[in-house]
Design a protein around this ligand. Structure first.
Ligand code: FB9
Length: 470
């Protein structure tokens, strides 16, 4: 690239301005070299669109082999030829008649002249001097076309000067035979050209920021690639009663086909879940109601990623070790939609499993987590969740909004959930959850969720959203 830059700078020594046609470097490198020189104010350049008259492939053939009308004319004998000869020159015949080069009766075709000039070949050989009409007629015959090319007009910039020649690329050859050459300093601050195409959705950007925070705090990500879940993992394994209103079709999307989940992998575990629902255990009296296996096997769109947490915890129980896990993915709720709620949103969930972890640890962890989101002042309010006890709603004071906002929910998973999985009672699991949409709407100053997600989103909004660094 440096040698190309030098060529351009040398050419500008002799002329006030040069065009790209004059520069003996590959066109594909030209833009990059010009941007580099312009960034140092050594040159300025403008781009002009150039229309160039070119031959099509058909035109090139005709230039080489002559027009059909010319070849037809020369194929006709001195006493004329059978009329069938016209079939060999379907295009040429029209033009030969039109030019009055030939005439015909019912049986034969005759030349009207001794000789003619192939005017089309002559025109194709001199495109630059054609009249508009001549060019247009040849274009109609698909013999010529106009190509658009950009040409660069380059002139000296305010800091124009032939830079001392310097080697940019340090090669083994130079090292072996170093003779004091100068090297251009690496510019570690330079950035690549921002491609004017493709942009991450702001939700994905926020999700990546949350992921970074979790990973910073030592959490591992759970696999969440299961939108369709059984009611068992989404509700029953969490000790959520089968009569709970959240399990109603007004709140949950049930699948028609396949309506039910397949065979269950751990029937003994399933029996323990049934028992804890019906008659309690692990210090609980249970829900004291009949538990229906069919209800548990109904397929739904998961209503929270806590179903994923439940699956991971069940696997962990048989070979326990302390873990910190998180998940960020889509969940679905069949609820009335409004300016801030749609039937789907992205849930963020963190959980910590260990011996003797307390509510205080949960409050402390959330304090650290939300502080990384810029919410330094948080408070907790007792709440109820079917699968955690105690549970807390979490609020944070938002300095920008100058008010307290709800920022999530949390709690300690119940023994009725962990016991049937096989955890020792010394193990406690704390967890908390929030969404992506709410922080995204606050961060980007949106009041309607349809400005963030959905078919009405302004694509320019997506493109201009900068990555949020909390
Ligand atoms: O995200 C929410 N609010 C929020 C979060 C971060 C934030 O960051 C600031 C800009 C820097 C701002 C706001 N919320 C949770 C609270 C509300 O928005 C609420 O109205 C909407 N909630 C969703 C559910 O609504 C149907 C947000 C979503 C939510 C709520 C609870 C959980 C997950 C998502 C949970 C949980 C949980 C509890 C215990 C154990 C495991 C998981």
């Amino acid at each position: 690239m440096e040698e190309y830059a030098e060529i351009i700078l040398r050419l500008l020594e002799e002329k006030a301005s040069i065009s790209s046609d004059e520069i003996p470097i590959p066109y594909s490198c030209l833009h990059g070299v010009l941007l580099s020189l312009e960034s140092k104010n050594q040159i300025v350049f403008e781009i002009k669109e150039k229309h160039k008259k070119v031959l099509t492939d058909e035109g090139k053939d005709l230039l080489e082999y002559g027009s059909q009308e010319y070849n037809l004319f020369n194929s006709i004998g001195d006493n004329g030829s059978d009329i069938s000869i016209l079939e060999k020159f379907p295009l040429g015949a029209n033009y030969a008649f039109k030019n009055k080069w030939i005439r015909a009766d019912k049986e034969k075709v005759y030349r009207n002249k001794e000789a003619v000039e192939d005017s089309v070949v002559k025109q194709l050989g001199a495109l630059s001097i054609l009249t508009e009409k001549e060019f247009s007629d040849l274009k109609k015959r698909k013999l010529v076309d106009q190509s658009k090319t950009n040409i660069y007009i380059i002139s000296k910039g305010s800091s124009y000067g032939i830079a001392e020649s310097c080697n940019v690329e340090l090669t083994a050859e130079i090292v072996a035979n170093y003779q004091g050459q100068k090297f251009k300093k690496y510019n570690f601050n330079t950035v690549g050209n921002i491609p004017n195409c493709g942009s991450l959705h702001p939700l994905m950007k926020i999700g990546e920021e949350f992921k970074k925070i979790f990973i910073e705090m030592g959490f591992a990500e759970m696999k969440t690639n299961r939108y369709v879940e059984s009611s068992f993992w989404n509700f029953d394994s969490l000790f959520q009663p089968q009569c709970h209103p959240a399990r109603d079709a007004h709140d949950t999307f049930f699948l028609k086909n396949p309506e039910f989940a397949g065979s269950f992998e751990d029937e003994e575990y399933l029996k323990r879940v049934q028992d804890v629902h019906e008659s309690g255990g692990f210090g609980s009296k249970g829900h004291q109601s009949v538990w229906d296996r069919r209800e548990a096997m109904k397929n739904i769109l998961r209503t929270h990623t806590t179903s994923v947490s439940s699956r991971y915890l069940k696997d962990l129980a048989s070979d326990f070790r302390p873990v910190k896990l998180f998940s960020i993915d889509k969940v679905f709720r069949n609820e009335s939609v409004d300016a801030t709620h749609l039937a789907e949103f992205h849930q963020v969930e963190g959980l910590i499993a260990g011996e003797g972890i307390t509510l205080g640890d949960l409050m402390g962890f959330m304090g650290t987590f939300f502080e990384k989101l810029g919410l330094k002042n948080i408070k907790f309010k007792p709440a109820f969740n079917p699968y955690t006890e105690p549970s807390m709603e979490v609020f944070g004071y938002h300095e920008g909004l100058k008010k307290w906002i709800e920022i999530g929910n949390s709690g300690i998973f119940r023994p009725e959930m962990l016991g049937p999985m096989g955890f020792d009672e010394s193990v406690t699991v704390i967890a908390w959850g929030l969404s992506l949409e709410r922080p995204a709407m606050i961060k980007y100053g949106l009041n309607n969720i349809r400005d963030l997600v959905g078919h009405k989103v302004d694509i320019n909004f997506i493109k201009k959203c900068k990555i949020i660094h909390f």
